[in-house]
Design a binder for this molecule. Structure first.
Ligand code: GCO
Ligand code: MG
Length: 402
Protein backbone atom coordinates (compact mmCIF):
# COMPACT_ATOMS: atom_id res chain seq x y z
CA UNK A 1 0.00 0.00 0.00
CA UNK A 2 1.37 3.43 -0.95
CA UNK A 3 0.53 7.08 -0.40
CA UNK A 4 -0.14 8.57 -3.84
CA UNK A 5 -1.10 12.14 -3.00
CA UNK A 6 -2.26 14.48 -0.25
CA UNK A 7 -3.93 17.86 -0.10
CA UNK A 8 -4.69 20.56 2.42
CA UNK A 9 -8.25 21.90 2.53
CA UNK A 10 -8.66 25.28 4.24
CA UNK A 11 -12.28 26.34 4.72
CA UNK A 12 -14.29 28.65 6.92
CA UNK A 13 -17.83 27.48 7.67
CA UNK A 14 -18.38 30.04 10.45
CA UNK A 15 -14.71 29.72 11.48
CA UNK A 16 -11.47 28.51 9.90
CA UNK A 17 -10.50 24.84 9.69
CA UNK A 18 -7.50 23.16 8.07
CA UNK A 19 -7.93 19.54 7.01
CA UNK A 20 -5.31 17.19 5.57
CA UNK A 21 -6.53 14.50 3.17
CA UNK A 22 -4.09 11.68 2.32
CA UNK A 23 -4.81 9.43 -0.70
CA UNK A 24 -3.53 5.89 -1.28
CA UNK A 25 -3.24 3.49 -4.23
CA UNK A 26 -5.97 1.31 -2.68
CA UNK A 27 -8.56 4.08 -3.09
CA UNK A 28 -8.79 4.57 0.69
CA UNK A 29 -8.12 8.07 1.98
CA UNK A 30 -7.61 9.44 5.48
CA UNK A 31 -8.40 12.77 7.15
CA UNK A 32 -6.44 14.69 9.77
CA UNK A 33 -7.23 17.95 11.55
CA UNK A 34 -4.49 20.60 11.08
CA UNK A 35 -6.28 23.61 12.57
CA UNK A 36 -4.18 25.99 14.68
CA UNK A 37 -6.36 28.94 15.63
CA UNK A 38 -5.09 32.17 14.03
CA UNK A 39 -2.08 30.38 12.44
CA UNK A 40 -3.97 28.22 9.93
CA UNK A 41 -1.95 29.20 6.86
CA UNK A 42 1.39 28.58 8.56
CA UNK A 43 0.47 24.92 9.11
CA UNK A 44 -0.96 24.62 5.59
CA UNK A 45 2.28 25.94 4.03
CA UNK A 46 4.45 23.66 6.18
CA UNK A 47 2.36 20.65 5.16
CA UNK A 48 2.21 21.56 1.47
CA UNK A 49 5.83 22.59 0.98
CA UNK A 50 7.74 20.28 3.32
CA UNK A 51 5.65 17.31 4.47
CA UNK A 52 3.43 16.20 1.59
CA UNK A 53 6.29 15.78 -0.92
CA UNK A 54 8.09 13.55 1.62
CA UNK A 55 4.96 11.44 2.19
CA UNK A 56 4.41 10.32 -1.40
CA UNK A 57 5.39 6.70 -1.98
CA UNK A 58 5.48 5.72 1.72
CA UNK A 59 3.40 2.86 3.14
CA UNK A 60 0.67 4.67 5.17
CA UNK A 61 0.46 1.78 7.64
CA UNK A 62 3.93 2.63 9.01
CA UNK A 63 2.56 5.20 11.46
CA UNK A 64 5.44 4.86 13.93
CA UNK A 65 8.23 5.27 11.37
CA UNK A 66 6.49 8.16 9.58
CA UNK A 67 5.91 9.95 12.91
CA UNK A 68 9.61 9.70 13.76
CA UNK A 69 10.59 10.74 10.23
CA UNK A 70 8.81 14.07 10.73
CA UNK A 71 9.80 14.47 14.42
CA UNK A 72 13.17 12.85 15.07
CA UNK A 73 14.26 13.10 11.47
CA UNK A 74 13.77 16.87 11.34
CA UNK A 75 16.49 19.03 12.85
CA UNK A 76 14.20 21.99 13.85
CA UNK A 77 11.72 20.13 15.98
CA UNK A 78 8.68 20.87 18.18
CA UNK A 79 6.67 24.10 18.20
CA UNK A 80 2.93 24.45 17.60
CA UNK A 81 3.07 24.81 13.81
CA UNK A 82 5.17 21.77 13.00
CA UNK A 83 3.59 19.58 15.70
CA UNK A 84 0.10 20.42 14.37
CA UNK A 85 1.28 19.33 10.92
CA UNK A 86 2.68 16.05 12.35
CA UNK A 87 -0.59 15.54 14.23
CA UNK A 88 -2.66 15.89 11.07
CA UNK A 89 -0.44 13.44 9.17
CA UNK A 90 -0.61 10.94 12.02
CA UNK A 91 -4.41 11.21 12.41
CA UNK A 92 -4.95 10.71 8.66
CA UNK A 93 -2.64 7.66 8.65
CA UNK A 94 -4.51 6.04 11.57
CA UNK A 95 -7.76 6.77 9.71
CA UNK A 96 -6.37 4.91 6.66
CA UNK A 97 -5.07 2.04 8.80
CA UNK A 98 -8.45 1.53 10.48
CA UNK A 99 -10.40 1.88 7.23
CA UNK A 100 -8.07 -0.67 5.61
CA UNK A 101 -8.93 -3.11 8.39
CA UNK A 102 -12.59 -2.08 8.09
CA UNK A 103 -12.88 -1.28 11.79
CA UNK A 104 -13.50 1.80 13.95
CA UNK A 105 -10.28 3.45 15.08
CA UNK A 106 -10.81 2.65 18.77
CA UNK A 107 -10.34 -1.05 18.01
CA UNK A 108 -6.71 -0.36 17.11
CA UNK A 109 -6.09 1.61 20.30
CA UNK A 110 -7.27 -0.96 22.82
CA UNK A 111 -10.92 -1.58 21.93
CA UNK A 112 -13.78 -0.45 24.13
CA UNK A 113 -12.87 0.51 27.68
CA UNK A 114 -16.21 2.31 28.10
CA UNK A 115 -19.51 2.79 26.30
CA UNK A 116 -19.75 6.58 26.37
CA UNK A 117 -17.56 9.59 26.95
CA UNK A 118 -18.20 12.05 29.79
CA UNK A 119 -18.02 15.61 28.44
CA UNK A 120 -18.05 19.08 29.92
CA UNK A 121 -19.68 22.09 28.36
CA UNK A 122 -19.23 25.83 28.86
CA UNK A 123 -21.52 28.17 30.79
CA UNK A 124 -20.66 31.85 30.87
CA UNK A 125 -22.52 35.00 31.82
CA UNK A 126 -21.76 38.69 32.10
CA UNK A 127 -22.30 38.57 35.89
CA UNK A 128 -23.01 36.05 38.65
CA UNK A 129 -26.76 36.08 38.07
CA UNK A 130 -26.52 35.40 34.33
CA UNK A 131 -23.80 32.79 34.87
CA UNK A 132 -26.01 30.88 37.31
CA UNK A 133 -28.85 31.01 34.79
CA UNK A 134 -26.53 29.59 32.10
CA UNK A 135 -25.29 26.79 34.36
CA UNK A 136 -28.95 25.90 35.03
CA UNK A 137 -29.76 25.74 31.33
CA UNK A 138 -26.77 23.44 30.65
CA UNK A 139 -27.85 21.11 33.44
CA UNK A 140 -31.34 21.05 31.92
CA UNK A 141 -29.80 19.99 28.59
CA UNK A 142 -28.35 16.95 30.38
CA UNK A 143 -24.74 18.03 31.03
CA UNK A 144 -23.18 16.59 34.18
CA UNK A 145 -20.03 18.69 34.03
CA UNK A 146 -19.99 22.44 33.39
CA UNK A 147 -17.10 24.88 33.00
CA UNK A 148 -18.11 28.12 34.70
CA UNK A 149 -16.72 31.50 33.58
CA UNK A 150 -18.22 34.85 34.57
CA UNK A 151 -17.72 38.53 33.86
CA UNK A 152 -15.90 40.22 36.73
CA UNK A 153 -16.92 43.58 38.20
CA UNK A 154 -14.42 46.21 37.05
CA UNK A 155 -12.89 44.14 34.22
CA UNK A 156 -14.13 44.95 30.74
CA UNK A 157 -13.25 41.65 29.00
CA UNK A 158 -13.02 38.38 30.81
CA UNK A 159 -11.66 35.27 29.14
CA UNK A 160 -14.46 32.87 28.21
CA UNK A 161 -17.30 35.37 28.45
CA UNK A 162 -19.29 36.70 25.51
CA UNK A 163 -20.70 40.19 25.48
CA UNK A 164 -23.37 39.38 22.86
CA UNK A 165 -24.85 36.22 24.40
CA UNK A 166 -23.53 34.07 21.51
CA UNK A 167 -21.47 30.88 22.09
CA UNK A 168 -17.90 31.82 23.05
CA UNK A 169 -15.51 32.14 20.10
CA UNK A 170 -12.31 34.01 20.94
CA UNK A 171 -10.88 34.56 17.42
CA UNK A 172 -12.17 37.64 15.62
CA UNK A 173 -11.82 38.56 11.94
CA UNK A 174 -8.68 40.49 11.01
CA UNK A 175 -5.83 41.38 13.36
CA UNK A 176 -5.77 40.64 17.10
CA UNK A 177 -7.90 42.92 19.26
CA UNK A 178 -6.65 43.98 22.70
CA UNK A 179 -8.22 43.04 26.00
CA UNK A 180 -7.42 44.30 29.52
CA UNK A 181 -6.94 42.32 32.69
CA UNK A 182 -6.73 42.81 36.47
CA UNK A 183 -5.64 39.74 38.46
CA UNK A 184 -6.46 41.12 41.91
CA UNK A 185 -10.10 41.83 40.94
CA UNK A 186 -10.31 38.30 39.53
CA UNK A 187 -8.85 36.67 42.65
CA UNK A 188 -11.19 38.59 44.94
CA UNK A 189 -14.21 37.60 42.87
CA UNK A 190 -13.81 33.96 41.92
CA UNK A 191 -14.30 32.13 45.26
CA UNK A 192 -17.62 33.91 45.85
CA UNK A 193 -18.80 32.92 42.34
CA UNK A 194 -18.19 29.23 43.06
CA UNK A 195 -19.71 29.57 46.51
CA UNK A 196 -22.95 30.78 44.93
CA UNK A 197 -22.95 28.19 42.13
CA UNK A 198 -22.57 25.35 44.68
CA UNK A 199 -25.27 26.88 46.86
CA UNK A 200 -27.75 26.87 43.95
CA UNK A 201 -26.86 23.56 42.27
CA UNK A 202 -25.55 21.38 45.11
CA UNK A 203 -22.69 18.91 45.10
CA UNK A 204 -23.62 16.48 42.32
CA UNK A 205 -22.75 18.57 39.30
CA UNK A 206 -19.07 18.65 38.26
CA UNK A 207 -17.76 22.21 38.10
CA UNK A 208 -14.67 23.28 36.16
CA UNK A 209 -12.92 26.61 35.64
CA UNK A 210 -10.28 27.91 33.20
CA UNK A 211 -7.80 30.48 34.57
CA UNK A 212 -6.31 30.74 31.06
CA UNK A 213 -2.71 31.19 32.24
CA UNK A 214 -3.45 34.42 34.12
CA UNK A 215 -1.84 33.81 37.54
CA UNK A 216 1.67 33.60 38.92
CA UNK A 217 2.36 30.41 40.89
CA UNK A 218 1.68 32.02 44.27
CA UNK A 219 -1.52 33.69 43.03
CA UNK A 220 -2.66 30.36 41.61
CA UNK A 221 -1.86 28.67 44.93
CA UNK A 222 -4.07 31.21 46.76
CA UNK A 223 -6.90 30.67 44.27
CA UNK A 224 -6.69 26.87 44.36
CA UNK A 225 -6.73 26.99 48.17
CA UNK A 226 -9.64 29.41 48.44
CA UNK A 227 -11.88 27.46 46.04
CA UNK A 228 -10.96 24.11 47.63
CA UNK A 229 -14.23 23.94 49.67
CA UNK A 230 -16.26 24.00 46.41
CA UNK A 231 -14.65 20.77 45.14
CA UNK A 232 -13.99 21.65 41.53
CA UNK A 233 -13.51 18.81 39.05
CA UNK A 234 -10.50 20.83 37.92
CA UNK A 235 -8.83 24.20 37.80
CA UNK A 236 -7.40 24.64 34.30
CA UNK A 237 -4.17 26.37 33.26
CA UNK A 238 -3.78 28.23 36.58
CA UNK A 239 -0.31 29.36 35.45
CA UNK A 240 1.39 29.36 32.10
CA UNK A 241 2.91 25.91 31.70
CA UNK A 242 6.25 27.27 30.45
CA UNK A 243 7.53 26.98 34.01
CA UNK A 244 6.71 23.43 35.01
CA UNK A 245 8.31 23.94 38.44
CA UNK A 246 5.71 26.65 39.15
CA UNK A 247 3.11 23.96 39.68
CA UNK A 248 4.96 22.77 42.80
CA UNK A 249 3.82 25.83 44.70
CA UNK A 250 0.15 25.18 43.86
CA UNK A 251 0.40 21.53 44.93
CA UNK A 252 1.99 22.51 48.22
CA UNK A 253 -1.06 24.54 49.20
CA UNK A 254 -4.13 22.88 47.77
CA UNK A 255 -5.92 19.66 46.80
CA UNK A 256 -7.89 21.33 43.97
CA UNK A 257 -7.24 19.10 40.92
CA UNK A 258 -5.21 20.76 38.16
CA UNK A 259 -5.51 20.39 34.36
CA UNK A 260 -2.85 21.78 32.08
CA UNK A 261 -1.43 21.77 28.59
CA UNK A 262 -3.86 22.77 25.84
CA UNK A 263 -0.98 24.73 24.29
CA UNK A 264 1.63 21.99 24.85
CA UNK A 265 2.87 19.93 21.94
CA UNK A 266 5.30 17.36 23.34
CA UNK A 267 5.74 14.85 26.14
CA UNK A 268 8.76 16.97 27.12
CA UNK A 269 6.36 19.77 28.16
CA UNK A 270 4.96 17.34 30.73
CA UNK A 271 7.87 15.40 32.21
CA UNK A 272 8.21 17.32 35.51
CA UNK A 273 4.44 17.73 35.80
CA UNK A 274 3.80 14.02 35.40
CA UNK A 275 6.70 12.46 37.26
CA UNK A 276 6.31 14.78 40.28
CA UNK A 277 2.50 14.31 40.18
CA UNK A 278 1.95 18.08 40.00
CA UNK A 279 -1.18 17.80 37.84
CA UNK A 280 -4.23 15.59 37.50
CA UNK A 281 -5.33 15.97 33.87
CA UNK A 282 -3.55 16.11 30.51
CA UNK A 283 -5.11 18.80 28.25
CA UNK A 284 -2.83 18.44 25.20
CA UNK A 285 -5.15 17.42 22.33
CA UNK A 286 -4.43 15.03 19.47
CA UNK A 287 -4.48 17.87 16.92
CA UNK A 288 -1.66 19.87 18.53
CA UNK A 289 0.15 17.22 20.55
CA UNK A 290 1.57 14.97 17.85
CA UNK A 291 -1.53 12.93 17.03
CA UNK A 292 -2.50 9.48 18.18
CA UNK A 293 1.01 8.01 18.03
CA UNK A 294 2.41 10.56 20.48
CA UNK A 295 -0.61 10.91 22.79
CA UNK A 296 -0.74 7.12 23.28
CA UNK A 297 2.73 7.43 24.84
CA UNK A 298 1.89 10.53 26.89
CA UNK A 299 -1.32 8.90 28.19
CA UNK A 300 0.56 5.72 29.06
CA UNK A 301 3.19 7.67 30.98
CA UNK A 302 0.48 9.69 32.75
CA UNK A 303 -1.41 6.54 33.74
CA UNK A 304 1.61 5.28 35.69
CA UNK A 305 1.29 8.41 37.87
CA UNK A 306 -2.53 8.20 38.22
CA UNK A 307 -3.06 11.16 35.89
CA UNK A 308 -6.03 11.12 33.50
CA UNK A 309 -6.79 12.75 30.16
CA UNK A 310 -9.08 15.76 29.70
CA UNK A 311 -8.43 16.83 26.12
CA UNK A 312 -8.93 20.34 24.84
CA UNK A 313 -12.05 20.43 22.65
CA UNK A 314 -12.93 24.03 21.82
CA UNK A 315 -14.72 24.95 18.57
CA UNK A 316 -11.39 25.77 16.92
CA UNK A 317 -10.58 22.06 16.85
CA UNK A 318 -12.40 20.43 13.93
CA UNK A 319 -14.87 17.53 14.02
CA UNK A 320 -12.05 15.31 12.70
CA UNK A 321 -10.12 15.98 15.91
CA UNK A 322 -13.18 15.54 18.12
CA UNK A 323 -14.08 12.19 16.57
CA UNK A 324 -10.46 11.01 16.84
CA UNK A 325 -10.44 12.06 20.49
CA UNK A 326 -13.65 10.09 21.10
CA UNK A 327 -12.01 6.93 19.69
CA UNK A 328 -8.95 7.55 21.86
CA UNK A 329 -11.10 8.25 24.94
CA UNK A 330 -13.14 5.11 24.27
CA UNK A 331 -10.03 2.95 24.22
CA UNK A 332 -7.62 4.08 26.94
CA UNK A 333 -8.02 3.21 30.60
CA UNK A 334 -7.02 6.58 32.10
CA UNK A 335 -9.64 8.71 30.38
CA UNK A 336 -10.99 11.50 32.59
CA UNK A 337 -13.27 13.86 30.68
CA UNK A 338 -13.55 15.48 27.23
CA UNK A 339 -14.23 19.16 26.58
CA UNK A 340 -17.22 19.58 24.26
CA UNK A 341 -18.15 22.90 22.70
CA UNK A 342 -20.68 21.97 20.01
CA UNK A 343 -19.83 23.37 16.56
CA UNK A 344 -22.30 25.66 14.81
CA UNK A 345 -24.72 23.74 12.55
CA UNK A 346 -23.07 25.21 9.44
CA UNK A 347 -19.87 23.27 10.29
CA UNK A 348 -21.83 20.05 9.77
CA UNK A 349 -22.67 21.13 6.21
CA UNK A 350 -18.99 20.55 5.47
CA UNK A 351 -18.04 17.83 7.98
CA UNK A 352 -20.25 14.73 8.20
CA UNK A 353 -20.03 13.57 11.79
CA UNK A 354 -20.46 10.21 13.48
CA UNK A 355 -20.93 11.22 17.12
CA UNK A 356 -23.93 12.33 19.15
CA UNK A 357 -24.67 13.82 22.56
CA UNK A 358 -27.00 12.20 25.02
CA UNK A 359 -27.51 12.78 28.73
CA UNK A 360 -24.09 14.29 29.48
CA UNK A 361 -22.08 11.90 27.30
CA UNK A 362 -20.88 11.72 23.69
CA UNK A 363 -20.85 8.45 21.84
CA UNK A 364 -19.35 7.49 18.52
CA UNK A 365 -20.79 5.05 15.97
CA UNK A 366 -19.01 2.04 14.53
CA UNK A 367 -18.13 3.33 11.08
CA UNK A 368 -14.62 2.33 9.98
CA UNK A 369 -11.68 4.65 10.63
CA UNK A 370 -12.26 7.95 12.39
CA UNK A 371 -15.67 8.06 10.74
CA UNK A 372 -15.83 11.77 9.84
CA UNK A 373 -15.89 12.87 6.20
CA UNK A 374 -15.47 16.21 4.49
CA UNK A 375 -17.64 17.49 1.64
CA UNK A 376 -15.04 19.29 -0.48
CA UNK A 377 -17.58 20.99 -2.74
CA UNK A 378 -19.31 22.51 0.27
CA UNK A 379 -15.93 23.44 1.78
CA UNK A 380 -15.17 25.50 -1.35
CA UNK A 381 -18.21 27.65 -0.60
CA UNK A 382 -16.58 28.84 2.63
CA UNK A 383 -13.18 30.33 1.77
CA UNK A 384 -10.59 31.15 4.46
CA UNK A 385 -11.05 34.47 6.28
CA UNK A 386 -8.19 35.87 8.32
CA UNK A 387 -8.97 35.73 12.04
CA UNK A 388 -6.83 36.21 15.14
CA UNK A 389 -6.92 35.43 18.84
CA UNK A 390 -6.88 38.47 21.16
CA UNK A 391 -3.84 39.84 22.96
CA UNK A 392 -4.05 40.90 26.58
CA UNK A 393 -2.61 43.77 28.64
CA UNK A 394 -2.77 44.62 32.32
CA UNK A 395 -4.83 47.74 32.99
CA UNK A 396 -1.63 49.87 33.10
CA UNK A 397 -0.78 48.75 29.56
CA UNK A 398 1.78 46.01 30.37
CA UNK A 399 1.70 43.15 27.88
CA UNK A 400 0.35 40.01 29.57
CA UNK A 401 -0.74 36.45 28.80
CA UNK A 402 -4.08 36.05 27.02
C1 GCO B 1 -10.48 26.03 26.32
C2 GCO B 1 -9.55 26.99 25.70
C3 GCO B 1 -10.06 27.77 24.53
C4 GCO B 1 -8.87 28.44 23.87
C5 GCO B 1 -9.02 28.46 22.39
C6 GCO B 1 -7.86 29.13 21.71
O1 GCO B 1 -10.21 25.64 27.45
O2 GCO B 1 -11.42 25.63 25.66
O3 GCO B 1 -8.86 27.75 26.65
O4 GCO B 1 -11.09 28.63 24.85
O5 GCO B 1 -8.71 29.73 24.35
O6 GCO B 1 -9.17 27.16 21.97
O7 GCO B 1 -7.89 28.90 20.35
MG1 MG C 1 -8.44 26.36 28.24
Amino acid sequence: MKITDAKVIVCSPGRNFVTLKIFTDSGIYGLGDATLNGMEKAVAVYLENYCIPALIGRDPRNTEDIWHYFYRGVYWKRGSVSMTAISAIDMALWDIKAKTLNTPLYNLLGGRSRDRILVYCHANGKDVEETIEKVGSKIEKGFRAVRVQSGIPGIQHTYGVTLDNKPYEPATRGLAHEEYWDTSKYLNFLPSLFGKVREVFGDDIHLLHDVHHRCTPVEAARLAKEIEPFHLFWLEDPVTGELQEGLRLIRKHSTTPIAIGEVFNSVYDYTTLITEQLIDYIRMPLVHGGGITHLLKVAAMASVYHINTGFHGATDLSPVNLASALHFNTAINNFGIQEYMPHQEIVHDVFKINYSFNDGYLSIDDSPGIGVDIDEKKALKFPYEKASLPVNRKTDGTMFYW
